[in-house]
Ligand binder design. Structure first.
Ligand code: NA7
Length: 550
């Protein structure tokens, strides 16, 4: 198997492109640049292997919310035909196996430097090159810099006083130990009930002596109805590869299902209840696709929200616990909608307790456990922080990127992220961002925007090469227009109504509240990007070599 040594041999000066991150984005970007354009490209990756988010998120129950046949690259029929998923929703180890399969098939690892954490990237205007510094002190330079660092890769461990005094063990789900954690007989606290916490709790409860879940914001969840794929279903999925791909590329969210063309109010109350019931039985993210106005009309959304809250009250036997779980303060799907495997049922087990930390917030971590404002103390052996990420901007800002004139990205984004098409920031020439803020990214089934971005970037670089263009940079006014459009797209939905959502950066104290992902839909976004390219990269400043010398 190829390893990092051949990449290490590549001299710093002859590289065309540096890609940061070897998740799905970085892997495909390398393939596009190296194998399609014939460029010299290298990937710098902090982890010891490919996988990105799936390398680090090894917590119990870690599973993708996209169906397996859609959570994979679509660009190659060969890859799609050769790989076989085992379950409806793929579990972390299987996704990691898939990513290694792709990396080996495409012979990507020879151009990936593993265990290489990037600590800085600086643009040199005179040389028109980016120099990237690594933790080991190496410097690598290239004309293009592409960040492929994922949207959810900087763990958010809340600054709760006293954590350093805790005598037990604590873990963040996004930085889970490779050897796993033994919960057998232990008193476990889980803080957080987002998608991660909802996946983890039922699995932790299987072995823990006692599990206490600390819930700050109650959350909706729809059953995943995960199950092994039958031989017939596998055959059917293979036979429909083309159709699935077309659906994924034509829908707003990149999933392999379409949204019904009817309003919640086109049907009678009874019909609607039956439709919701059928969607609940089907399970998964397509619950919201039953009607076309669930994510845009509060009145329509209320009907779905009430149905889901009723389900919680029916499943959870203890009325007080059910009340806390169903006391949801935001529209359905305004926060990332989790899907689960027996999450609410978990609270019917005698060794599982729910604690409402909205009404009685966590005040401190003590040597023995968690103390609430009321003074109540929960003694535990292990604390699991399922507390999410400094999403979308955290990992980009952490790279310590400095653009023209030494302008730090952190400074440029002081009041919130600003860019053009989610792909480029004014002042940072020849730097592209895959699935950063301003991209449909997390509102989609991720492989779809990832493929689109990587291909668009490769086409753009190819265009530059063929036309003698040395530098591409978003114009400030294009950025203003795009930021306004991103806001307008978000405001046409109910998404901004979840005031505590990580889409808004609200989960990280002090982070500017700006709605980050593009909510206008993937298919529409692709059309916009294609049009920009067709019009000669409208909205970007393109410079040829002689112009740069002036
Ligand atoms: P999320 O969705 O950000 O969820 C984090 C959870 O942790 C959420 O319930 C938070 O409550 C809770 N939290 C965060 N800080 C605290 C403190 N200080 N005290 C109590 N509770 C806290 O992250 P996930 O990892 O679940 O999911 C991230 C994405 O990964 C997911 O959407 C998928 O796209 C994959 P809050 O809601 O802020 O009140």
């Amino acid at each position: 198997m190829a390893n990092s040594t051949s990449a290490a041999r590549t001299t710093a000066t002859d590289l065309d492109a540096i890609i940061i991150g070897a998740g799905l984005s970085g892997m495909y970007q390398l393939h596009c640049l190296r194998d399609r354009l014939g460029l010299k490209a290298t990937v710098l990756e902090a982890a010891g292997g490919v996988g990105g988010t799936w390398y680090w998120n090894r917590y119990p129950g870690a599973r993708c919310d996209s169906e397996s046949h859609s959570y994979c690259f679509q660009f190659s029929d060969d890859l799609l035909n050769e790989w076989e998923w085992s379950e409806r929703y793929p579990e972390q180890p299987e996704i990691l196996r898939y990513m290694n399969f792709v990396a080996d098939k495409l012979d990507l690892k020879r151009d990936i430097r593993f265990n290489t954490r990037v600590t800085g990237a600086t643009y040199d205007e005179a040389a028109n090159r980016w120099t990237v510094t690594t933790e080991a002190g190496d410097k690598v330079s290239a004309k293009f810099l592409i960040t492929a660092v994922g949207c959810l890769s900087t763990a958010n461990v809340p600054k709760i006083p006293g954590l350093e005094t805790f005598q037990g063990k604590w873990y963040h789900t996004g930085l889970w130990p490779h050897e796993g954690v033994d919960f057998r007989g232990k008193r476990v606290a889980q803080i957080g009930t987002g998608s991660t916490g909802i996946q983890a709790a039922p699995v932790i409860a299987k072995t823990a002596g006692h599990l206490t879940v600390f819930q700050r914001t109650a959350n909706y969840s729809v059953p995943a109805h995960n199950a092994p794929l039958s031989p017939e279903r596998k055959k059917e999925l293979k036979a429909r590869i083309g159709e699935t791909r077309r659906t994924m590329r034509s829908t707003p969210n990149g999933h392999p299902f379409t949204i019904e063309d009817r309003s919640v109010f086109d049907v009678s109350d009874e019909e609607r209840r039956q439709i919701f019931e059928k969607q609940w039985e089907k399970g998964g993210l397509q619950f919201r696709a039953a009607f076309n106005d669930i994510t845009t009309s509060k009145k329509a959304n209320d009907t779905a929200a009430e149905f889901l809250k009723d389900k919680i009250r029916q499943i959870v036997k203890d009325p007080k616990t059910a009340q806390i779980l169903a006391d949801i303060d935001h529209p359905y799907a305004a926060k990332r909608p989790p899907i689960d495997s027996f999450y609410f049922e978990t609270f019917n087990q005698p060794h599982v307790t729910l604690v409402d930390v909205r009404s009685d917030p966590i005040e401190a971590i003590t040597p023995k456990g968690i103390r609430l404002k009321s003074g109540a103390e929960h003694e535990v052996d292990i604390i699991v922080f399922a507390t999410g990420f400094d999403a979308m901007t955290g990992s980009l800002v952490k790279l310590n990127i400095k653009g023209r004139g030494g302008l730090p990205l952190a400074k440029a984004w002081e009041a919130g992220p600003r860019n053009y098409l989610g792909l480029q920031v004014a002042g940072f020439p020849n730097m592209f961002t895959i699935t950063g803020p301003g991209s449909p990214s997390v509102l989609c089934n991720m492989p779809v925007p990832i493929e689109q971005h990587a291909e668009w970037i490769a086409d753009c670089i190819d265009h530059m090469r063929r036309n003698g263009i040395e530098r591409i940079e978003a114009k400030p006014e294009s950025m203003d227009r795009w930021v306004a459009h991103v806001n307008e797209a978000a405001n046409a939905t109910l998404l901004p109504e979840a005031h505590h959502s990580w889409y808004l950066g609200a989960n990280v104290p002090g982070k500017p509240r700006v709605f980050m992902p593009y909510a206008g839909g993937m298919a529409r976004y692709k059309d916009i990007c294609d049009e920009v390219a067709a019009k000669g990269y409208e909205g970007f400043e393109l410079q040829r070599a002689p112009a740069m010398a002036k």
